[in-house]
Write a protein that binds this ligand. Structure first.
Ligand code: AMP
Ligand code: ZN
Length: 469
């Protein structure tokens, strides 16, 4: 298997640290709102990477954090008049619902920054003891970038260039820095913010330290793959390398993988630009499998532009696969005889060749776009050669293969019943009509039916409101 490594800017053969095992860390979202579909791209992409490793027989240890202490979370908490914990807990729960909808497998572990403060204090102390970090007068702890000779190796920036870029910029509040490139490991609390005690000041961690600490705690000093969106290369991942390699004195991750952006009108989709759709919004119009299929229709290192047309095309493509799978499932019940005929044996060889094409694409830096093309060829083969007169053995072979290859992409071949807004509205109107006609039994029946579909009704003064449970 070949993986493009941001560190070396080359595709490299995958060699695990421990045979048969993959240790993988993926930077997770900051939880202050519903995730948008840009955030969903790394989730889907790296979940597919994980699934393919598992298909190849590896045991994957997959760790992905939630950043649950951060300026944006605190800001949102102040706006709502609740504490930061309430905000982060709420959006972690919502994020997990979205992940389930997109068939993203739960990580082996989902650590939270606020539960790992102890480990952060320890690593910061180690960095201070080794001369890689220092405490400023106000208690802020900075990483001393100059002490780490490999700084810039991931982002391919050199320290001198960074230096001259910073020369003119003086940031208030950072007067205690020895060097403009130094970054925060720990900072003093501000009024009304959550804080923890530390030997340096009551405060909270900088953003980068949590990932170094969680990767070490749950996967060890050295890991196989570290991943995230390409905006994380600098400074986040560069800083993680500086922290981990200075503290542990070992190379941190062997392979660094980064997905390209999900764009809209050729600009990065982001919360700050306001040009985003949340996963939840998309789920009101589409089964989230369609979103997943759309994401995988491009190679993860290519920018992907979101559009209604491409979503429709993905919906149709997925539909073709699900229809073929359903037909095979029905044929499986109708056919008999395990032995393949001579002609079927030849077709089975074609199926094998197409499977190898699929695997070849995935082996080449997880080219899901080409893998999906191979899958479509298999679907075509199934549609034209699996018949009522086929042997059960041949139909089953096709069915199992389609199922298995879909599973790698995280696509379930059994259709989920997608309840659309219009259907719900129609049922609500029927219930209103029943109530008007004093047919309360029918009204209750409709309400219960909606409940079974996961729709909760609320009778308010402004009329009936509904939400998905
Ligand atoms: P954040 O919550 O901003 O830290 O982002 C969580 C993850 O989503 C990171 O891996 C980001 O790189 C990734 N991400 C954010 N926006 C996009 C986007 N428009 N396209 C692809 N990945 C993104
Ligand atoms: Zn991270």
């Amino acid at each position: 298997m070949k993986i493009y490594n941001t560190l070396t800017r080359r595709k490299e053969e995958f060699v695990p640290l421990e045979p048969g095992k993959v240790k993988m860390y993926v930077c997770g979202p900051t939880v202050y709102n519903f995730i948008h579909i840009g955030n969903a791209r790394p989730m889907i992409v790296f979940d597919t990477v994980r699934r393919y490793f598992e298909y190849k027989g590896y045991q994957v240890d997959y760790v992905s954090n939630f950043t649950d202490v951060d300026d944006k979370i605190i800001k949102k908490a102040i706006e709502e008049g609740v504490d930061a914990d309430t905000i982060s807990k709420r959006y972690i729960a919502e994020c997990k619902k979205d992940m389930e909808g997109m068939n993203v497998l739960p990580a082996t572990r989902h650590p939270l920054a606020t539960e790992e403060i102890c480990g952060m204090l320890e690593m910061i102390q180690t960095l201070i003891d080794k001369g890689h970090a220092y405490v400023a007068e106000d208690g802020t702890v900075y990483f001393r970038v100059k002490s780490f000779k490999d700084y810039g190796k991931l982002s391919h920036k050199n320290l001198e260039d960074l230096q001259s870029g910073f020369r003119e910029i003086k940031v208030t509040g950072e007067e205690g820095k020895e060097d403009p490139n130094d970054f925060v490991l720990w900072k003093p609390k501000k009024e009304g913010e959550p804080f923890w005690e530390s030997p340096w000041c009551n405060g909270r961690p900088g953003w980068h330290i949590e990932c170094s600490v969680m990767a070490k705690k749950y996967l060890g000093d050295q890991i196989d793959i570290h991943a995230g969106g390409e905006d994380l290369i600098f400074p986040h991942h560069e800083n993680e390398i500086a922290q981990s390699e200075s503290a542990n004195e070992k190379p941190f991750a062997t392979y660094w993988m980064h997905n390209a952006f999900l764009n809209i009108d050729n600009r990065k989709m982001s919360k700050s630009l306001g040009n985003f759709f949340t996963v939840r919004e998309i789920s009101e119009k589409y089964d989230l499998q369609v979103l997943r299929f759309f994401m995988l229709s491009a190679h993860y290192r290519s920018p992907l532009n979101f559009s209604a047309e491409l979503m429709e095309a993905s919906k149709n493509g997925l539909e073709r696969i699900l229809t073929a799978a359903q037909r095979l499932r029905e044929l499986e019940k109708k056919t008999a005889g395990e032995a393949l005929s001579k002609e079927e044996t030849e077709l089975a060889q074609q199926l094998q060749a197409l499977t190898e094409k699929y695997e070849g694409a995935m082996d080449d830096d997880f080219n899901t776009a080409d893998a999906i093309s191979a899958l479509f060829e298999i679907v075509k083969l199934a549609n034209s050669t699996a018949l009522e007169s086929s042997s059960h053995g041949y139909v089953k072979l096709l069915m199992d293969r389609v199922e298995e290859l879909c599973q790698v992409l995280g696509i379930l071949t059994e259709r989920k019943e997608q309840v659309l807004d219009e259907e719900i509205e129609k049922m609500i109107q029927e219930r209103q009509a029943a109530r008007k006609a004093k047919n309360f039994a029918l009204a209750d029946e409709i309400r219960n039916k909606l409940l079974e579909m996961g729709i909760v009704l609320e009778d308010t003064r402004e009329g009936v409101k509904w939400k998905r449970a």
